[in-house]
Design a protein around this ligand. Structure first.
Ligand SMILES: [Zn+2]
Ligand SMILES: [Zn+2]
Length: 276
């Protein structure tokens, strides 16, 4: 038995030429697991076959990670009508948006001068999740909300880890009898992802920035930071992803390789195979 990983999309936040936004298809034990479904991802999928036994896991609800889900839902509907698929496609997406916002609550009694009102941090429901949830009405899909994913299918297990990003965002760890894969999704630099990725076989990690580029907040990684995480986590191989569409991927590769030698850049359609 082996695990086949096909990068379907490696750039953000828009697709260009033959490069698509985020998406990784993992095939194992007769099932297909799609991690993120960014714009352009369906271009590299094989329909109707890839709709059969398919599960989709969205790391977060930024459009470059779920933009092609509507195309996929419609495709599923058409192939269901034609009799190619029977089952609904299971999709897992974060349902709460921890987009914390400070809201000013005015004093209850404006004549009480001890009370100036106060700022409170609130957690908003995810508008994007509700948008996707509506798809269930018309398309053969089921949208499951998660905040702490613990998915099991035979010997395959998927766990999530919340990571720093503008909205609720998660990394995934996929463990099987054949090997383990960690996919970072979009993340800022944090120690907990080092523990999460510990000793995995393949670490697919975002590297949005290059040294010298200005990062306003810790919501994405530099290529060398991805390499630092890979080294500290003692992973076997680092696959960089989430590149700026206009830039040469070799720039990211060079920066990461200075820290972690066994690094490659993800290329659309270039499969990675794990065997045991
Ligand atoms: Zn994002
Ligand atoms: Zn992104």
């Amino acid at each position: 038995m082996n695990i086949i990983i096909t990068p379907l999309g490696t750039v953000a936040p828009y697709s260009k030429d033959n490069k698509n936004c985020s998406g990784y298809l993992i095939e194992y034990d007769g099932f297909k697991y799609l991690f993120d479904c960014g714009n352009g991802v369906t271009r590299l999928m094989n329909f109707p076959n890839d709709l059969i036994n398919l599960r989709i896991f969205l790391s977060h609800l930024h459009p470059d990670h779920y933009g092609d889900l509507s195309a996929l839902a419609q495709t599923a509907l058409v192939y269901k009508r034609l009799g190619y698929i029977n089952d609904k496609i299971e999709i897992y997406a974060p349902d709460k948006d921890k987009r914390d916002e400070s809201i000013y609550f005015p004093p209850t009694n404006p004549y009480n001068h001890d009370d100036w009102g106060e700022y409170k941090t609130i957690t908003k429901p995810s508008i994007d999740f509700e948008y996707l949830k509506n798809f269930e009405q018309d398309y053969p899909i089921i949208i499951n909300g998660y905040q702490n994913l613990d998915y099991i299918n035979n010997d395959l297990k998927i766990k999530s880890l919340q990571v720093p990003h503008q909205i609720s965002a998660y990394a995934f760890r996929i463990d099987t009898n054949v090997g383990s894969i960690v996919y970072s999704g979009d993340t800022g630099f944090c120690k907990k992802i080092i523990a999460f990725a510990q000793n995995c076989d393949i670490f697919i990690c975002e590297s949005t920035f290059l040294k010298g580029q200005i990062r306003l907040e810790n919501t994405h990684l530099y290529a060398h930071e991805a390499a630092m995480i890979a080294k500290e986590a003692n992973v076997k191989q680092l696959i960089l992803t989430h590149f700026w569409p206009e830039l040469d991927k070799n720039l990211y590769l060079k920066e990461a390789k200075e820290i972690f030698e066994n690094t490659e850049v993800a290329e659309e359609g270039k499969k990675l195979i794990l065997r045991r």
